[in-house]
Design a protein around this ligand. Structure first.
Ligand code: MRU
Length: 347
């Protein structure tokens, strides 16, 4: 299984996803600022991986702390740099909170010890994420019959996580049971996570996949006997409204129109119970050149004005189930999500 991030000899190495599928290259990050840039520039992407990467970045910050400033003030600065990288992916804020708890608990230790403990926490998060995805996959595959044809968008796979994937984890678990006839992957403009990453990852695993452009989704859903659409999530509000890669909302509406079930697969760390609905989810707007250009070449008039939201929000009414590591949550989500977070509450 491809490793998306690792720590070695005082540095964090991130798989540079901007270079995929042409090249498997790990970028060496020596500072938390380099980690923040890697997240911002999509070298590392996907909500769960963004969170874990930020955690590694914070451990790196403590490792490199040079006593020039007050440690607490320095740590707050690090947190604020991390927070500013990708505002929609709530796993980022979840990871920052988790690292803050570890930092505060061990604040009295000397710097080397503190850095070691924070690094261990980041590594634990990495390992936990893999286990979570495997559990999610096992639950999710129960929704898929034999001969499934699954449509997906963006990359919610091993590359977006610490292995196995969320939406692609469900597909992997179903494929292991020989239940996947074919995956239909939307290319996912503007930066093509579908065609560059999902296609690469599924083909590496020999899972049958067909690439389509985003504007083919409607006719494929009508004509190709698609049995489910599964997407990942960047943030799920308490009522089930879900932010995911731009285009997900459109797919959900199309799936409903064609009687195809639409599922979200996401870990509990993607659920934001502090917001009641999707209107409160901050949507990241990215550089206009992502739309004007493809792989460094202008494909339009360079001066054109562009709207480039990275995510959209799918209203919960269009979601037929939220697959988590604790089970599948069904509507009414407000009740199911609360239950899964309340003590002893299971789904
Ligand atoms: O902009 P990206 O590539 O970080 O967007 C990723 C997605 O939209 C994923 O579907 C989501 O983060 C879930 S990844 C398991």
């Amino acid at each position: 299984m491809i490793q998306t991030i690792y720590y070695k000899d005082d540095a964090v190495y991130v798989l540079d996803q901007n270079q995929l599928p042409a090249k498997v290259h790990y970028e060496k990050c020596l500072t938390y600022q380099e980690i923040a840039v890697a997240i911002k520039e999509l070298k590392v992407r996907g909500a769960p991986l963004i969170g874990v990467t930020a955690a590694f970045g914070m451990a790196l910050a403590i490792q490199n702390f040079n006593n020039e400033k007050n440690l607490l003030a320095f740590y707050e600065e690090v947190e604020s740099v991390m927070r500013s990288t990708r505002p929609t992916a709530v796993n980022l804020f979840w990871a920052i909170r988790r690292m803050r708890r570890v930092f505060e608990t061990h604040l009295g230790l000397d710097q080397v010890e503190l850095a070691k403990i924070m690094l261990r926490e980041a590594q634990d998060m990495y390992e936990e994420d893999l286990r979570i995805n495997i559990d999610m996959g096992e639950y999710g595959q129960t929704l898929l019959g034999s001969d499934s044809q699954v449509m997906t968008i963006c990359n919610a796979g091993a590359l977006a996580t610490c292995g196995h994937g969320t939406a692609l984890g469900v597909i992997r678990a179903a494929h292991a049971r020989k239940h996947i006839q074919r995956v239909w992957a939307c290319e996912t403009r503007p930066v093509l996570q579908g065609s560059r990453l999902t296609i690469w990852e599924l083909m590496e695993d020999k899972i049958p996949v067909t690439l389509i452009t985003d504007n083919m989704a409607a006719s494929v859903l009508r004509d190709k006997n698609i049995t489910a659409v599964i997407a990942g999530a960047d943030r799920i509000a308490a009522n089930g409204d879900t932010a995911n890669k731009i285009g997900t909302y459109g797919l959900a509406v199309l799936a409903r129109q064609h009687g195809v079930p639409f599922y979200i697969a996401a870990p509990l760390s993607t659920i934001d119970m502090s917001i009641s609905n999707g209107e409160e989810i901050p949507i990241e707007e990215r550089n206009q050149d992502e739309v004007r250009m493809v792989r460094g070449t202008y494909i339009t008039v360079p001066e054109v004005d562009v709207f480039n939201p990275a995510f959209d929000v799918t209203p919960h009414e269009f979601i037929d189930g939220i697959i988590t590591e604790k089970g599948i949550i069904q509507a009414p989500y407000i009740k199911g999500l609360k239950a899964v977070f309340s003590e002893g509450g299971d789904v």
